[in-house]
Design a binder for this molecule. Structure first.
Ligand SMILES: [Zn+2]
Length: 185
């Protein structure tokens, strides 16, 4: 098992040398063809995986929150308690109560720590994405390595249709997988 994993890593490293990278960047279809799996199948698997993911929605205005599978989230998202459209998507396993405390602190104009400031920035960006793009934004941010910034700058503006959305997510996830090892080293 261990040996198998090591072998896979070596292959991946070779695949993603700088020369090969632009080819992969240019066409996800080429990459898929190499593996022998049609792009449409990959996108369908991706969709299924994301729809089964649980996300937590948090209203930055009143603190209402819910955790549910992506597939059950409505197209238009607003807070059932206060009616506002300031809904942030939290990362899996993130505590909504703790996150909302930051929102309360900003309302009371209390000073935030650097970490809280960062988190607040992320939550407001996330809420902005949900406000602009509805469920599409939730789908994007439920993917691996797709934060509010990537969602707003790259994934969502380029995704008019559902298929385009999953294509962009696939690209973003691949990008994340490619760059991750370099960051951790
Ligand atoms: Zn609310």
């Amino acid at each position: 098992m261990r040996q198998g994993r090591a072998a896979v890593k070596v292959v991946r490293a070779e695949q993603y040398t700088p020369t090969a990278q632009h080819i992969i960047d240019q066409a996800a279809k080429v990459d898929a063809a190499v593996q022998g799996i049609p792009t449409t199948t990959i996108l369908q698997l991706l969709k299924r995986r994301i729809e089964e993911r649980e996300v937590t929605l948090l209203c930055l205005n009143c603190g209402w929150h819910t955790t549910m599978k992506v597939r059950y989230i409505p197209e238009q998202i607003k807070c059932p308690r206060c009616g506002m459209r300031q809904i942030a998507v939290l990362k899996y396993g993130e505590d909504p109560l703790r996150a909302y405390q930051i929102a309360r602190k900003t309302k009371r104009k209390q000073k935030l720590t650097n970490e809280e400031q960062e988190k607040w920035q992320e939550m407001t960006q996330s809420a902005l994405a949900v406000l602009q793009y509805g469920k599409k934004a939730v789908i994007a941010m439920a993917a691996h390595g797709v934060g509010p910034q990537t969602a707003l700058r790259k994934v969502l503006p380029r995704a008019k249709t559902e298929e385009e959305l999953y294509q962009q997510i696939l690209e973003a996830e691949r990008q994340y997988q490619r760059t991750k090892p370099f960051w951790s080293e």
